[in-house]
Design a protein around this ligand. Structure first.
Ligand code: ADP
Ligand code: MG
Length: 421
């Protein structure tokens, strides 16, 4: 069989040059299957495991279809600010050898600069909230858009952005190509498909993570001892970078601060921090300046960080889909990785749902470990079911001590509204 190359898929020369520079040589399966269809102008619904290069797949269509200084012709919607940064930067890299202005639009940063940049934008990568803001202020023209990408569409809808996304779609021309990428295709995604896409082709590639590269384990531990076990594991298995997932902002702060006082370099990241802070934390982590990133799902979805060797689930996530997204932060680009879930009594019910659909999970006996010191107690209100309150009594502290929410994350769906992420 003839070898598939980016050239044989029809990728244009300037992108080929950029790929060569980045040492990206062989197309992934989702790229091989979607790029020709995207270049043909077909509407696509694409699903594949995280880290399989979906950004490049749709960038090939965007860069080919977009001409410099002809107004905004391509629009990419993403659920989080971090993804807007990441995807925007990726498109800039892929279009390095073609004159093109890619503008990133998201909340938490000055709108003035965006208003200026939008005047000469060819491609826009945006979160729904801030984009609507521009639409309402009349600071963006979308009448030239011919290509719309909905990236991580399922997360966008999980975060309650459906109405915003619909308003945005209604503001762009009907004659366009629409590409939708999502881990799962059901419910609201089907609604979007029926209402806003033209005979879409569904391309689905193996959704799960490569089990030969990623080992998935779980350990039983009491909630009282969970933190001590985490300290033990982080000290024992020092290899690449580490991500620890919690379900609430409050837990990320609790874990990060106490890891610090146990001599483990760690930083918490969640939706309650300012955008510049979140960016700085991620930059430091990318560069390897921070060893352990303690994060909520919102702050970590879709992020492409090299050399994450371990993902820990300190809190169990609410569904199997979220679990896949978390563990997909490791074992990327052909490297090995480990995902370890720490289960206490109250996590069993949620975890059994994950176990049911995941055959690669293996039980591991917890090692012997010493009691770690807990210097910082959780602050703020009770953060839902996964908290550290030993007595289980509600904390007396008031809401005033909670971190302020930011506009982008005020669109949290009903199911998760009780937990700030
Ligand atoms: P996804 O959106 O599917 O989760 P990304 O688009 O974020 O994945 O890509 C993950 C990483 O893989 C990026 O760093 C990207 O540069 C890299 N990459 C993309 N395509 C290839 C390829 N064909 N070969 C090697 N690396 C690739
Ligand atoms: Mg992606």
């Amino acid at each position: 069989m003839k070898k598939v190359t980016f050239r044989s898929l029809g990728v244009i020369k300037p992108i080929l040059d950029s790929l060569e520079k980045q040492n990206i040589i062989t197309p992934t399966e989702i790229q091989a299957k979607t790029i020709p269809l995207i270049l043909e102008g077909k509407d696509i619904i694409g699903g594949s495991k995280t880290g399989s290069g979906k950004t490049l797949a749709f960038s090939c269509g965007i860069i080919k279809k977009t001409t410099h200084r002809k107004g905004i012709q391509s629009l990419v919607l993403v659920p989080t600010r971090e993804l807007a940064e990441q995807v925007g930067n990726a498109i800039r890299k892929f279009s390095k050898f073609e004159k093109m202005d890619t503008v990133k639009v998201y909340g938490g940063v000055s709108i003035e600069r965006q208003i200026r940049d939008l005047k000469s934008a060819d491609i826009v990568v945006a979160t729904p909230g801030r984009l609507l803001d521009h639409i309402n202020r009349n600071t963006i023209r979308l009448d030239r858009v011919r290509l719309l990408v909905l990236d991580e569409a399922d997360m966008m809808l999980d975060m309650g952005f459906l109405r915003d996304v619909e308003k945005i779609i209604q503001a762009i021309p009907k004659r366009r190509q629409t590409l939708l990428f999502s881990a799962t295709v059901d419910g609201d995604i089907e609604h979007l498909e029926e209402k806003y896409m033209r005979n879409p082709v569904t391309v689905s590639v193996e959704q799960f993570v490569d089990s030969s590269k990623l080992s998935q384990r779980y350990m039983d531990v009491t909630s009282k001892e969970k933190f001590s076990l985490l300290v033990h594991l982080l000290k024992k298995e020092k290899t690449g970078l580490i991500m620890v997932f919690c379900n609430t902002r409050r837990n990320t702060d609790f874990v990060a601060k106490n890891l610090q006082s146990n001599g483990i370099q760690s930083v918490a990241i969640h939706g309650g921090l300012t955008q510049s802070k979140r960016k700085q934390i991620l930059d430091d982590f990318h560069k390897g300046k921070t060893y352990a990133l303690i994060c909520t799902d919102v702050a970590a979805r879709g992020l492409d960080i090299k050399d994450v060797s371990h993902v820990y689930n300190y809190d169990v996530c609410k569904d199997a889909k979220q679990y896949i997204h978390r563990i997909g932060r490791t074992a990327r680009a052909g490297k090995d990785g480990k995902a370890i879930t720490l289960l206490s009594e109250r996590d069993h019910e949620d975890f059994s749902k994950i176990m049911r659909v995941n055959e690669d999970l293996e039980f591991e006996e917890r090692p012997h470990f010493k009691q770690a010191e807990i210097t910082f107690r959780p602050s703020g209100r009770r953060g839902g079911r996964f908290n550290h309150s030993r007595s289980g009594r509600p904390s007396r502290r008031s809401n005033a001590q909670r971190p302020r929410s930011n506009s982008n994350h005020s669109h949290i769906s009903n199911s998760s509204r009780h937990q700030r992420r």
